[in-house]
Design a protein around this ligand. Structure first.
Ligand code: FAQ
Length: 311
């Protein structure tokens, strides 16, 4: 009977039908989605930290307003994504516990420090640029709630990317010193941005199954290549150099070929040994502890209401 259900489920996927929370689904499909959606949510929440660090130091009121809005959007994205995961039966408490205990991953990119104001521009341009490449196809994900959440998220990511690029353009046109600051930010953020797309296809454990279920529409390497092709000309327009001696345009294919990614660095960051892993986890743990009184008050209030109703 299960085989029959499984075949009918795959037929719906192949037919481009959306799967909704109350529909039957294989346990592996549910688990894969909870894993991916919750890690995506955690990334948005942890991703607020490197930029949040610069809100009080934004150089003008306009820049401050834009950065504040961007960081708030990220908090919102985290909340829609946790809600999408909840429709699969995973509670917020459970997911948060997995983040705080280190059991669940969040994107490697948020374990790098923001050293100068140019890093804020580099995050918008490169990190949000990479996020858009990866997330536009997720708007066509087979699971309804995730695909619908991604539509609004992508619109907001697009504003974030433009905000970053415009910030860098302003700096590059202002003084030699500021342009150097931008080049330095690019040097530090380029390779970690390429790692955001995940391991190369030959090492990606989940890609084949996620593609068959139409959770993923492109492989990690396909999306990484699209990102490089879109971003290299943008770097040249800014007058910057991509920190990769092997980067060259293949005239025949029209693609930019890039050098070898340092996968040992990626493995280290995933293991918890990146430059800021400990600091990020500590910040999330502190936020959880500082919020204890809210949870206690909410619980006390609901108990009081229950006991009043009982009278
Ligand atoms: N970092 O078999 P695969 C943002 C893990 S954008 C950490 O290829 P999969 C916006 C992977 O989870 C960033 N871990 O896995 C923003 C798996 O481990 P597991 C978030 C990584 O799932 C911008 C293992 O390696 N975006 O937040 C990474 O098929 C600016 C094997 O990998 C999303 O999450 C990594 N870079 O493909 C916010 C998008 N790469 O789970 C603030 C949705 C791989 O078995 C400021 N997610 N791993 O323990 C996805 O598209 C996929 O999950 C991939 C990975 C492509 C990330």
């Amino acid at each position: 009977e299960d085989a029959e259900r499984g075949a009918a489920f795959q037929a719906r996927i192949d037919n481009e039908e959306k799967i909704e929370p109350n529909d039957w689904m294989p346990e592996g499909y549910r688990k894969t989605l909870v894993r991916q959606i919750s890690q995506h949510a955690h990334s948005e929440i942890v991703g607020m930290l490197p930029e949040g660090n610069w809100i009080t130091r934004a150089p003008t009121l306009k820049r401050k307003a834009a950065l504040l809005a961007k960081v708030q959007d990220e908090g919102g994205h985290g909340l829609y994504l946790y809600s999408a995961a909840e429709t699969l039966g995973a509670s917020r408490e459970e997911l948060n516990e997995q983040l705080l205990s280190g059991k669940a991953k969040y994107s490697s990119i948020f374990n790098y420090p923001t050293l100068t104001w140019a890093d804020i521009g580099a995050i918008g341009w490169l990190v949000d640029g990479a996020a858009i490449m990866n997330q536009i196809p997720l708007c066509r994900c087979s699971f309804g709630p995730y695909s619908r959440a991604m539509i609004r998220i992508c619109k907001e990511e697009s504003f974030h990317q433009r905000q970053g690029y415009e910030l860098l353009l302003t700096m590059c046109r202002s003084s030699e010193e500021q342009k150097e600051m931008v080049q330095d930010a690019l040097n530090r953020w380029w390779w970690p941005s390429l790692m955001m797309f995940g391991p190369s296809d030959k090492d990606s454990q989940h890609s084949a199954q996620s593609m068959a279920w139409k959770i993923k529409r492109f492989t990690n390497d396909e999306l990484r290549q699209k990102f490089v092709d879109a971003t290299v000309p943008q770097a040249h327009y800014l007058g910057l150099t991509i920190p990769d001696a092997d980067l060259k345009l293949n005239e025949e294919t029209g693609h930019w070929e890039y050098g070898e990614i340092d996968w040992s660095e990626f493995a280290r960051v995933l293991k918890g040994d990146g430059p800021c892993n400990k600091q990020r986890m500590k910040a999330r743990q502190k936020a959880h502890e500082d919020g204890a009184w809210v949870r206690e008050a909410a619980l006390a209030y609901s108990e009081k209401k229950k006991s009043r109703r009982g009278q």
